[in-house]
Design a protein around this ligand. Sequence first.
Ligand SMILES: Cc1cc2nc3c(=O)[nH]c(=O)nc-3n(C[C@H](O)[C@H](O)[C@H](O)COP(=O)(O)OP(=O)(O)OC[C@H]3O[C@@H](n4cnc5c(N)ncnc54)[C@H](O)[C@@H]3O)c2cc1C
Length: 445
Amino acid sequence: MLDTAVIGAGMAGAAVAAELELAGRDYKLLEAGPHRGRAHIAADEDSAHLADPAQDPSFAPFLAQPGALYGPLSGYRRRVGGRSLYWRGICLRVEDDVLREWPDEVRRALLGTGDDPGLYAHIEAALRTWCGGIQLTQARTTTEAEMVKELAGLGYPAVPTPRAIRTLGQGRWEAYSPVTDLPSERILAGHRVSAVRKRPGGYSLVLDDGDGPALAARHVVLCAGTVGNIELVDGLLHGRGREPRRYSLVDHVACGMLVVDSHGRHEAMESSVYAGFDAPSRSNLIVERQRHGEGVLLDAWAMGEQPPEATSTVLAGDATSVTLEPAARAALDAVRRDQRHLLGELARRTGLTTRFREEYVSFDEALARAEAEPGTAVSYDATIGELDHESGGLPLDGEHVDVNGQLREAPEVAVAGPCLFPRAGAANPSLTTLALARYVVQRMR
Ligand SMILES: Cc1cc2nc3c(=O)[nH]c(=O)nc-3n(C[C@H](O)[C@H](O)[C@H](O)COP(=O)(O)OP(=O)(O)OC[C@H]3O[C@@H](n4cnc5c(N)ncnc54)[C@H](O)[C@@H]3O)c2cc1C
């Protein structure tokens, strides 16, 4: 019997595997998708287009039903490395006032106590080392440094966006992925786990959908993404064929504004500046400039919390679905209004004319309008479920998962990934995902 089986080789699964490797434990990392190399997609001109789900053969929607809240743009990148080979490396900590709602033990582990600087600081230091010893907020382009000065002059506490990336020249870069250095023999690609079942002395993993072979392991770590983990836990605890059960789920709420400057000076590499946290909209504000034809595209976006009163619901059972109550929609609209205000204020301070719309406008539609009216700021929205930041559902110290990240009813089964967040806040999830992977492995028996 295998000692530990890790299910899912994305950001969380690869991070858990890296920690198990360090701890000298015997494990296998099972991934539903194939091996398609372990390079980050932005590292190579030929793979950068894969960021667009429509062009990515690895893209697999979480939920198939049409018209669902988590629509056709929400899904896995089903391959070894998962979305860790696609992310933009943005590393923000969950806000302090949100962490205050997390269990004390977890908050202390993340932020440190006494002489221990805590897991956030440890992971940030490891990422700095990976980046070649530079700060995560080091300016990567001349434009980035200029933008920081300009935004500071307008009253924003601006710094280059903290990112775990390495620049590779000619506009290419790569973001950190914990999958890169894992020994190949630990990874079992093309193994989708459809169920985890209790058996004497451990668990059996049912592979693929049918009556495929089973793999036995004493310990299991579920890292199949937030939706996948909810489905596996639900199947393990409740079995199939009963009434659907409810789990909460959040993504982030985001909207932005685009401005085309047809004659702006551009650099090969995009520039990204973190302009600070906005309390009214509970959002982080990021301002970016990138090459656009012969000119420049300015993209400023606010990304905020899907607030606790506006959480989505996962109905897990034979056919998983995600729904949102009408009252929750109203709460999301309120966030969006505050975000529009934040962006409008940025436009005002920079002297831009705005064409903001009340209704949802996709990025592509906004871009077409911005191209038609250079110099004018045009608003766009990202819908819930599109941001790849789905989290919650199996919170630490909640109904199903204990404070150590293990299932209360099956203590040899641990869980990792953004599904563990008791409350997500506005921050991008991956820095916290990496920190919690270490937290969970340190507490495994
Ligand atoms: C374009 C893009 C940009 C992003 N930028 C950022 C950013 O800058 N900062 C940030 O913090 N986050 C960012 N994210 C989000 C971040 O990548 C995700 O939050 C993170 O990857 C989620 O980790 P995960 O391990 O939960 O899921 P994933 O990385 O998706 O990994 C889950 C893995 O499990 C596999 N799997 C699922 N079910 C099964 C099963 N039953 N059996 C076996 N294997 C299974 C999947 O195929 C997948 O490989 C970005 C995402 C994308 C797509």
